[in-house]
Each structure stands twice: as structure tokens, then as C-alpha cells.
Design a protein around this ligand. Sequence first.
Ligand code: PSV
Ligand code: MN
Ligand code: MN
Length: 424
Amino acid sequence: MILDQQLIEKHNNKLEKKHNRAFEFISQDIDDVEELIAKLQKFQIGIPSWALGTGGTRFGRFSGPGEPGSLEQKFEDVGLLHALNKSSGAISLHIPWDIPEDTAKMKELARSLNITFDAVNSNTFQDQPQQEHSYKYGSLHHVDPKVRKQAIDHNIEVINYGKALGSKALTVWLADGSSFPGQLNFREAFQNTLSSLQEIYKHLPEDWKLFIEYKAFEPYFYSMTIGDWGQSLLLANKLGPKAYTLVDLGHHLPNANIEQIVSLLLMEGKLGGFHFNDSKYADDDLTAGSIKPYQLFLIFNELIDGMDLNGMEHATGLGWMIDASHNLKDPLVDLLQSVEAIKIAYAQALLIDRVALKAAQQANDVVKSQEILQDAFRTDVRPLVAESRLRSGAALNPVLLFEEEKLRDKLIAERGLRTIATGL
Ligand code: PSV
Ligand code: MN
Ligand code: MN
């Protein structure tokens, strides 16, 4: 392991004095700071196996050195992130990009790194070598039952890998859609998707969830067969209690009110979880909170409101995952930044005075309602998030430690300049 506890302690000792000052300062204004810190400590965010290497665009890929060259090394990367922030204790695998051939061995490796298995993801948006039927015109929605069957079988295979590892959910994202009016019969495409998902659902273990992701555009440009939360929710409702909608922040039309979508899905008991990322224009897969931090905060505002109302456990009630892919930054540093941004938004939303907000809403006090939200959003909660790390044995400033200790150089020394080529 390129990072041991001593290095973390050395780093923390250096920063502790300044941190303690900032933490004491903010603590004075918080009623139950201990409860808030405990919530932050518990909160874990799943890391996608496809975000550990440098992503590309359709114009090119500029690989970084020292990226993981095997699934074992991807696990080690997540273990490293988790050691740095103690908030990244799970990996979400994408199959067949990451096939855990020897599941017992991979489980043991994960255990030794203190990480668990988040949702497993199927892939029916690319043709694999030796595959009999092509997904050029879609998979679960395909007009040809043979193609649908092949895609269903693949999803069942992914469930089986997940069962062997200890995952508890399958995420289905479909690239099924059409690029020209007339190409598809919408109703038939939807019905085919539903009956394919029904087959997959039959193979879902009792304690599993099926996450149905939606996306408004891309790779098709006219219609997507699961294009919005309405279509996803329709499918989830028809499938049954184990099926849920998954919200990927980058999959909406511009300016969509995602926090409102979140609040209603939660109200209906059909919000499965998130793929966190950020975007300016489309499915840009940028670092969470890097473009619209207020939106992220407003989403957490709805989450806390709805979860508290339904008595849901914040840390485990939903699937919290990142879905990112980068061309410019070191992927590990980027993931540290995303986890930090998500925890900051959560901490800010925990500060909202909910009793006062309710009263202001009931009185139609528009100004006060806005003031209450913005007061929480404009509080610098970074010392709270850092304190939660300190108490969990993680680094006060993971990004700084990563850079100071030249952790990427150490990975390069171990792995060489080899890189992987998976990821979107
Ligand atoms: C493609 O848009 C995508 O980013 C989806 O969000 C999936 O979750 C991810 O790829 C992995 O398949
Ligand atoms: Mn996604
Ligand atoms: Mn996406």
C-alpha cells in the first residue's frame, strides 16, 4: 500500500491547529454538531470502476500514466480513495468491462481494502467480440426477440456476478432510442423494453433493487426509449416493488428542475439513488458540484426533507454513486473532489432550519424562505466535513495529501506507464 496511517497522521498533525480553530468557530452556531458529524461520517459514496482511468471524448483520449491495468488495481485505487477520505467505501462494477473472474478472490481483496460492492452495471450499448447479435438498433427494446433475449441473458449474467460478490442492485442504462422520426414505433419500443425488464426482474434476488436510469438524449438524437423520469417511473411501477428510478444528474434537458423530480420520486417511494456528476450543457460527466453547487445543495435539501419525513436512514436508504469521466484531471483527485462536493452539499442541507422554513412556507413568506436556504448554502461547512474525516481516521485534506505525497508518482513507480482503455 502506497499510503499508510502514519502518513495520514503526519499530514493531519500539520493541519490540525488551523482546522481546530475553524471547527470550533463553526460549531458554536450549530445546535447538535455531534449528530451532524456522525451523519457525515456514516455517509458513503460508491465509486464507479469506469471512472478510475482517464475518460475520453469522441475526439480522443489522452491517457494518464499509472492508471489501473487490471481489476485488482481498480480495487486498490478505490481502497486508496477510501483510506484518504473514509467516504468512498464501495465500488460499482461495469460488466463486461470489469469481469470478476475469480469472485471469491475479488471479494477477499475488497474485504482487505475495507470496500464493499455497490450496484453492478450491465452493458448492452456496445457490441462485444464473439457476440451473436448486434445492438446497433438497440437492445432491450429491439424489434427482434433474439436480440432482446441476448440482452436479457447478459443482464442475468451480471446479476449472477453481483450475487457472487455481494452486490444488492443492478443498474440498467440503455442506449436504446432512435435518431429519426418514423424509425421507431414508440409504444412497441416501450412494450418490448417492459417485457425484457420483466424477464430480468424475475431473476432479481429478493433483497435486491433494480435501478432504471433514464437519459433524454445521446447516443440517439430524436428519441430515447427511457428518456425521462416519467418513462422510468412508469416502468418501475409496472415492474414491482424492487424496481426504482435512478437519477443521473447529467441526463436531463437543460435547466430541468432536478430537485423537484427528486422530491416527487421520493414521495412515491420510487427513488433508487443517484449518479452524481455535473454539467454545463449535456451529459458532460464533470466533477460533482463543479458547475452548479446550488443545484446539488437543493437536491440534498429535498432528500433530507423527504427521507426524514419517511423515517429513512440517510446513509443507506438510497444508492449514492458517482458517474464521472474525465479527460483533463487525474481521475483519483477528481473523485476526491466529487466526494468532497457531495458531502459539502449534504452538510449544508443539514444546516437548514426546517422548522423556520416550514413556517415561512405556510405564511407565503417568499423572502424568508429564500433567506433560510441561502443562509445554509452560504455557510462554509468545510471544517465540518474535515472533522468527520479526522474522526474516521482519514486525511484532513485528501487532495493536498495526494499531491504532497506524490501518490500518483508512487502508482506510476508500481504500475509503470500502462493505462486502461475502458470508460465513457
Ligand atoms: C452514459 O450516459 C453513461 O454515462 C450512463 O450515465 C451510465 O450510467 C454510464 O454511462 C455507465 O454505463
Ligand atoms: Mn449514469
Ligand atoms: Mn451518463
